[in-house]
Design a protein around this ligand. Structure first.
Ligand code: ZN
Ligand code: ZN
Length: 119
């Protein structure tokens, strides 16, 4: 591939904004990325900033889901175990505990699946 602005010069990279090939004369460094010199430096800089912010936000949200998973999971196991062990003696009341426990485990699973999207 050759430089978009100099069709006879081999490109050394791509502008992150417009994806055009750039030779060393046309390349500007914007953060970790390359940009068209004097043309897309600003755009690539703001793209980089946006991207960094998204990573930080995803991490925070992902760990929230993981914390919910642990909370719902442990409470759900308690309810389910209690309901199952008392089912013979308490009947319907124990069945309600069992159902609450299963609902909490279901919520834990949903949170777990959600948290995996952010890894
Ligand atoms: Zn060039
Ligand atoms: Zn460009």
């Amino acid at each position: 591939m050759n430089c978009y602005y100099h069709p006879d010069t081999p490109a050394i990279g791509l502008c992150k904004y417009c994806q055009r090939g750039l030779c060393s004369d046309c390349t500007a460094h914007a953060g970790d990325s390359l940009a068209c010199r004097n043309l897309h430096e600003g755009q690539v800089h703001s793209m980089e900033a946006l991207f960094q912010r998204n990573i930080l936000q995803a991490k925070r949200v992902g760990s929230d889901y993981l914390r919910n998973t642990i909370f719902y999971g442990s409470v759900g196991i308690l309810f389910t175990a209690f309901g199952a062990s008392q089912l013979k003696w308490l009947g319907l009341q124990a069945a309600v505990y069992l159902l609450i426990g299963l609902a909490l485990l279901w919520a834990a699973l949903a949170n777990y699946l959600e948290s995996r999207k952010y890894q």
